[in-house]
Design a protein around this ligand. Structure first.
Ligand code: ADP
Ligand code: MG
Length: 720
């Protein structure tokens, strides 16, 4: 029997899979009927709620005002009726602890009344608040285990939904998660806070432009989710994928992504069947999935919804990730969300398209059709650049994770250096404004011209820079460096807060000039010019992958934070804490706690990887190498055999020595405190793992296919 029998079993499984086609879906889906059918959306509310209650709730949702507790019971009753009609038996508060995942604790509606009769109940109090035993969620010291209290509280701005399980349905109430003392323990609370401060500041600026009717400004987000799909049989034979979510060893396939034949290629039936099933599930939950396509790497894909308000987009993205993973299993696939599951081919990100929308639905980053609108656009544009410039380090910290370290700066994804790309035309406009001052009145004329030309920017935005971590794409920014697996809450919250801070400064500067008699136009041009000069360093139109950019960024004083530990350190710098508490996104204690949770998470990720590498080398790689050695040793005497034998022998020595190096690097680091340990992991242990991998991959290439037990890249990535 071959040692590779497991692998061969997997290949047989994969090549004989049938496509999961559901009769009720194969005939097509009436999206109109399905969309939102599992959400307590506006239509359901209207139908189920008394008019005044409906209106009060709508006000809360639309304006972000506080929920009137007086209506809670009626809303709960309506929600219950709606859920029971659909066959739900349980309810839960659905929230996002700092694990990066979502959490839910189910309770049955079932209870007994005073006469001992069983009834189904759901009270206003149960709708609004719940108290899960929260002691096992990461809190970074915000809550000690003996004081395990944590509360979940309904977030009415995100629609209540029903999740279909294999044998029943559960009502989910989107919630925030806070400690007994009101500290944020989740990813959603800071995001909601950042949205509030941003709205306030943006309204301040809009008022200057004579907008008296907008009541709220919301950040809109459309996250493009990248992911890999591989067969479950292969996955189950890869201890590294199971433990760490990425392959820790694996020789490059003879064919990778060189031919660029996967990107936008026709989608294989088996994959399409998965996508269609996942999409219909998401439609039912009111998630407006719009695009699907093959991505650059083999077996890599992308899906993107139509953009929504940031907090809803964030909730929905969590649901998208979870639903894809669940549905993938039904298709005997595994959906890998890790940023770098396979070395040598592209990793996955989550491009967060971000803009601002007023309460009339206007996009504030849409260059308007008139110069006045353009002036307003320029102020908002500069607010983004100014925010990015000032808070680049924090934005880098917000996307830091052990997984994203393999992507950022790895010549395939945006680098670890945060900069903004504006495109040729917008750059010209800003350059014009900058130069305008120096040339006096005639300059102003030129500026006005430049400003008037702006609408063309939106219509004809053909130049794209795929290497930029933060690119303007016509009427929104695309934050490309965001990690594929993580919640988008933190990066979006920091971006919101950074822009809010800048808007406040710009508003103040404008007001100061206008108080001295300047016209709005003159004040704007003046303030924008100042801001253009001040933020120049953050703008980069060139190739972000070029080594010269690293040098250039250093000259410009732009942070280049290559690893997670050094990025996370940004979170707790005094100026960062001051900024976060000023914008009310995180209190000092909360951000300290986040920092700890994230550092600990990084350390745990690496420790899991170390164990997985040791396991895989000792139980897969070395045994295969010994077999190969034995094979050659018994293969007779010849020069070729002798040199092959020597090669295998040397590789065995090498990998053993490098494993010892890895172990001692890990031991040395392990003896340190959290901070130094994390940094030592990043600086010494991660490279030591890469060094082990290098030899392991060499061994994979020289041992008989018969001896190799682990599914190979060429199988995992190319067989579906
Ligand atoms: P790309 O060409 O960048 O791959 P996609 O169509 O895949 O574009 O994704 C673009 C994303 O940007 C979608 O999710 C889309 O809804 C989103 N988007 C468009 N306009 C806005 C906006 N004003 N605010 C936020 N996101 C937006
Ligand atoms: Mg896309």
């Amino acid at each position: 029997m071959s040692d590779a029998s497991g692998r061969l079993w997997a290949i047989r499984e994969v090549t004989s899979r049938s496509i999961r086609s559901l009769p009720e879906m194969a005939g097509g889906t009436k999206v109109r009927e399905v969309f939102g059918s599992n959400t307590f959306d506006t239509a359901a509310m209207k139908q189920k709620l008394p008019k005044p209650v409906f209106e009060s709730l709508q006000e809360t949702i639309r304006r972000g005002t506080k929920l009137d507790p007086g209506i809670a019971n009626e809303v709960a009753h309506a929600v219950k009726e709606w859920a029971l009609e659909r066959g739900a038996t349980h309810f839960c508060h659905w929230f996002q602890p700092q694990t990066g995942l979502t959490a839910e604790k189910h309770d049955a509606f079932l209870t007994f009344d005073d006469e001992g009769q069983h009834v189904e109940r759901f009270s206003g109090a149960q709708l609004i608040q719940s108290e899960p035993d929260a002691s096992s969620f990461p809190s970074g010291g915000m809550r000690t285990t003996f004081e395990a209290r944590g509360y979940t509280a309904w977030d009415p701005s995100s629609p209540i939904f029903i999740v279909d399980g294999p044998n029943g349905k559960t009502l989910c109430v989107p919630s925030v998660f806070i400690s007994y003392h009101g500290d944020a323990l989740d990813n959603k609370t800071p995001l909601l806070r950042s949205m509030e401060v941003l709205s306030e500041r943006a309204l301040g600026v809009l008022r200057l432009f004579g907008d008296t009717s907008s009541v709220r400004v919301v950040p809109t987000v459309g996250p493009e989710q990248e992911y890999f799909l591989i067969d479950r049989a292969f996955y189950s034979l890869r201890p590294d994928l199971v433990a760490a979510g990425r392959t820790l060893i694996g020789a490059r396939p003879p064919k990778g992504q060189e031919l660029e034949d996967h990107y936008f290629g026709s989608i294989k039936d088996r994959i399409l069947a998965f996508m269609q099933e996942a999409e219909v599930e998401l439609y039912k939950l009111g998630i407006p999935i719009k695009t699907r396509h093959n991505e650059v790497a083999p077996s890599q894909y992308e899906t993107a919804p139509i953009f929504e308000e940031a907090n809803v987009a964030s909730d929905h993205n969590q649901v998208v990730m979870e639903t894809m993973q669940r549905v993938a299993r039904r298709h005997n696939l595994v959906c890998l969300l890790h940023e770098k599951p396979f070395a040598g081919v592209n990793g996955s990100g989550k491009h967060c398209n971000w803009s601002l929308m007023d309460s009339q639905g206007r996009n504030l980053l849409e260059p308007g059709a008139t110069p006045e609108r353009n002036l307003q656009f320029l102020v908002f544009l500069m607010a983004v650049l100014q925010g990015l410039h000032r808070r680049a380090g924090l934005l880098r910290a917000a996307i830091a994770s052990s997984g994203n370290d393999h992507r950022l700066g790895a010549n395939e994804a945006p680098p670890a250096i945060i900069s903004a790309f504006l495109g040729e035309q917008l750059t010209r406009v800003l350059d014009g404004i900058e130069k305008g001052e120096a040339t006096g009145a005639a300059g102003v004329e030129r500026i006005a011209l430049g400003v008037r030309r702006l609408p063309e920017v939106a219509r004809d935005n053909t130049d794209r820079n795929r290497t930029s971590p933060f690119a303007f794409t016509g009427n929104k920014f695309e934050f490309r460096a965001v990690s594929s697996a993580a919640s988008i809450s933190m990066p979006v919250a920091f971006l919101n807060a950074a822009v809010a801070e800048a808007l406040a400064e710009l508003e103040e500067a404008l007001k100061a000039r206008m108080a001295k008699g300047a016209s709005l136009q003159d004040a704007v041009l003046d303030v924008v010019r100042e801001s253009v000069v001040a933020t120049k360093a953050i703008r980069f139109e060139g190739n972000n992958y070029a080594p010269e950019w690293v040098e250039e960024a250093r000259r410009r004083g732009i942070p280049n934070l290559r690893t997670t530990p050094e990025s996370l350190a940004e979170l707790v710098r005094p100026e960062a804490k001051e900024f976060l508490s000023k914008t009310k996104v995180f209190s000092d204690a909360e951000i300290e706690a986040r920092y700890h949770v994230k550092m600990e998470r990084y350390v745990k990720d690496i420790e899991i990887e170390i164990e997985a590498v040791k396991n895989i080398v000792n139980t897969h790689v070395l045994p295969a190498a010994y077999r190969q050695h034995g094979l050659l040793a018994g293969a007779g005497q010849s020069k070729a055999i002798g040199s092959a034998l020597e090669k295998v022998g040397a590789a065995i020595e090498d990998v053993t020595a490098r494993m010892a190096d890895l172990q001692s690097a890990a031991d040395r680091a392990g003896a340190e405190g959290l901070e130094r340990k994390a940094q030592a992991y990043a600086d010494q242990v991660v490279p030591a793992m890469a060094a082990v991998r290098e030899v392991a991959d060499r061994i994979e290439e020289i041992v008989s296919d018969d001896f190799w037990t682990l599914p190979k890249y060429r199988e995992m990535l190319f067989l579906v």
